[in-house]
Every structure is written in structure tokens, then in C-alpha cells.
Design a binder for this molecule. Structure first.
Ligand code: KG4
Ligand code: ZN
Length: 347
């Protein structure tokens, strides 16, 4: 059988993504972002995001179909983000996907956005070994996963007990007055700063924390620590070198993410680690993991930075994995699940 032709639809947050893949080959990857409409609020406004999806979906789909040079009647299945995410935003993509599946008489796959972040690397580096480990670092989630089979069985080994890594980037950027989303801005600034300028705390790495939280993360203490450091210097009228603060903050995040993840890989006895989520685009997270995985003899798989943030091809390629694995499609009456558990690959 030839590789399945899959249409993927993403609308969980502020990106309207439509992707088309044949098996693991990208034919189209169109993304319309409403990020600029949210910037002045310092975070995503759900109502604005939903409206933006509604306006962008049609044109984005048209561009994707044109770029791929296909007719919609040729597709084998429609894959769509069913959760987690903003309910109103998910509803727009899911409604569109159901309509297309019904009108074209094709199966529908409601998939987990987080698992799709992990699976996107298949587009760059081929099928995932079974089992492997994954580090998922996005705006809303930070988890270490044991991936037995990306189409059926994913287990969480550890996660953040407070803020997600991306959330910490966005909050720190906000308190430094740097704009939204904070991750790419801090990443850029950090490249010109000294990561040893300030020693910010590494959450849940003290001996007593390691007993209960060996594979868990905490970033809210780090954020508070940056806020207090800046507040004291502002009060005393001291100069703040933003590049140094950004680099020192980023060092603390990347150090703890990489150390705990490599420890978890060794604990699980897996020899491959795959990265996923917006923060997987971060230069220091990537370089710390590269050296620590190298030392531990673990193969590190890093998706192209451009595929790390939300898009439609990550949904399409997970759909293609489900079709190839013979997983049952979703009923047409599924509802979005804003807090879809990470252990549920599809509905
Ligand atoms: O995965 P994603 O696109 O959306 C969610 O599912 O949450 O991740 C968005 C998050 C934001 O918090 C953003 O600041 C962060 O990813 N991010 C980065 C970088 N690029 C995006 N964080 C650090 N460094 C980056 N280069
Ligand atoms: Zn995402």
C-alpha cells in the first residue's frame, strides 16, 4: 500500500495550522498566527484566538491544498487536534475537520497535541525506535515521557509541578519588559550575555527534593528569583544588563531540563531521546542536551526549530502514524478535551 495522504489541522492556541503529508513527507505546511493580536495583553486571549481561527481557517486550507498540488478528494484521512488547548479555539479546528471528513467521506482522527509535538521529528529523522524517551517542553506543558509506541502507548515519567518551561520564559520576558512570546526573544538576548553572571536556582535538584521529585520540574521559584533580583537592582538604581539576566535564566532552565531528562533516560534504559514543543527550539536546551546525551551514549533527536512550535504537519504526521498502525478512527461526534491527558494519543 502506498503511504497515506493525510490532512492535519491544528487550532489549540494562537496558530491556525494546516499541514498535508504523504506518510512522513511534508507536502504543505501553512500556518497563520494571531500572535500579534495577543502581544499587547502579554499572553493569549482565548476569545481573540477563536475568532482568528475562524477567519484564517479557510484561506490557510486553500493555501495548503494549492501548495501540495492535490485535490482534497484524494486524502485518506483528516487528523485534528482534539486537545489539550483552549476549548473555543479547539472547537473551530475540530468543527472544520468533522465537516471535511463528513463531506469527503474520510475517517477522522482526533489526536493529542502534545504527542504530535513529540512525533513531528519523524518528518526529519524517520520512525521512532520502540521504546524511546521524549522531553516535551511547550508553553503549557513540561514532561518526560516513555514512548513505547507513538500511535498507542505513551507514559509520563515526570512533569512540572508548577509553571511549564515556556510559561517561565514568557513570564520572565514580561517582567523584563521584553514582549510576547518571550522564548525566542530571551533566546536571542541570551546569546549576547554571560550565563555565569547570576547563579539562579535549579528547581527540585536539592537532595531532599530528588527523593520525591527526581524526574519532576519546578520553574516558579526560578521566575520569582529573577523577579526579586531585578526588583532589588531597580530599587537601588543599579544597571541591569538584560543580556546577562537572560543568559543566566536560560542557563538555569536548560541545565535542569537536560540533567533530569538524561537521568530519566538512564533510569528507563532507553538509548534515544526525542525533543518536542516550542521550547525544543531553544538553542541552549539543544546544546546542553547534545553534550549530556553525548556523554551518556544517548542518541538525541531534535526536530528542525521551525517545526517545534505549533503547526499542522505535526498533527498530520501523527495521523499518518495512526493510520499505518491500524488504530481505529474517532467517531464524528467527539468533543474537544481542553485537558486531554498525555497518556491518550487519540480519541
Ligand atoms: O509548543 P508551543 O508552540 O505551544 C504550546 O503548545 O504551548 O510552545 C510555545 C512556547 C512559548 O512559551 C514560547 O515562548 C516558547 O514555546 N518558545 C521558546 C522558543 N521558541 C518558542 N522558548 C525558548 N526558546 C525558544 N527559542
Ligand atoms: Zn504546542
Amino acid at each position: 500500500m502506498s503511504e497515506p495522504l493525510i490532512l492535519g489541522i491544528e487550532s489549540s492556541c494562537d496558530e491556525t495550522g494546516v499541514g498535508i503529508v504523504r506518510g512522513t513527507q511534508i507536502l504543505a505546511n501553512e500556518v497563520a498566527s494571531s500572535v500579534e493580536e495577543h502581544a499587547r495583553f502579554g499572553g493569549v486571549v482565548p476569545e481573540i484566538a477563536s475568532r482568528a481561527h475562524l477567519e484564517s481557517f479557510g484561506p490557510t486550507l486553500e493555501r495548503a491544498v494549492q501548495t501540495a498540488g492535490i485535490d482534497l478528494s484524494e486524502i485518506d484521512a483528516v487528523a485534528v487536534t482534539a486537545g489539550p488547548g483552549l476549548t473555543g479555539a479547539l472547537v473551530v479546528g475540530l468543527s472544520a475537520a468533522k465537516t471535511l471528513a463528513y463531506a469527503l467521506n474520510k475517517p477522522l482522527y482526533g489526536v493529542n497535541h502534545l504527542i504530535a509535538h513529540v512525533g513531528v521529528d519523524i518528518l526529519d529523522h524517520g520512525p521512532l525506535p520502540k521504546p524511546c524517551a521524549a522531553l516535551l517542553v511547550s508553553g503549557g506543558h513540561t514532561s518526560i515521557l516513555h514512548v513505547e509506541d507513538i500511535a498507542r502507548r505513551v507514559t509520563e515519567i515526570g512533569s512540572t509541578i508548577d509553571d511549564a518551561a515556556g510559561e517561565a520564559y514568557d513570564k520572565v520576558a514580561r517582567l523584563l519588559g521584553l514582549g510576547y512570546p518571550g522564548g525566542p526573544i530571551i533566546d536571542r538576548l541570551a546569546g549576547e550575555g554571560d550565563p555565569r553572571a547570576v547563579r539562579f536556582p535549579r528547581g527540585l535538584t536539592a537532595t531532599h527534593d530528588m527523593e520525591k521529585h527526581r524526574f519532576n520540574f519546578s520553574f516558579s521559584g526560578l521566575k520569582t528569583s529573577v523577579a526579586r533580583w531585578v526588583e532589588i537592582r531597580r530599587r537601588d538604581g543599579e544597571e541591569i544588563v538584560l543580556e546577562d539576566v537572560a543568559a543566566s535564566f536560560q542557563e538555569a532552565v536548560a541545565d535542569v531540563l537536560s540533567a533530569k531528562t538524561v537521568d530519566a533516560c538512564e533510569f528507563m534504559g532507553v538509548d534515544t531521546l526525542v525533543l518536542g514543543g516550542g521550547v525544543a527550539a531553544n538553542s541552549r536546551v539543544r546544546s546542553w542536551l547534545e553534550s549530556r546525551c553525548g556523554e551518556a551514549g544517548i542518541t538525541l533527536r531534535r526536530p528542525t526549530p521551525g517545526l517545534c512550535t505549533d503547526n499542522g504537519v505535526m498533527i498530520a504526521v501523527l495521523g499518518s502514524q495512526l493510520v499505518s498502525a491500524g488504530v481505529q478512527p474517532s467517531p464524528l461526534d467527539i468533543s474537544p478535551d481542553s485537558s486531554m491527558p498525555i497518556s491518550q494519543v487519540s480519541m
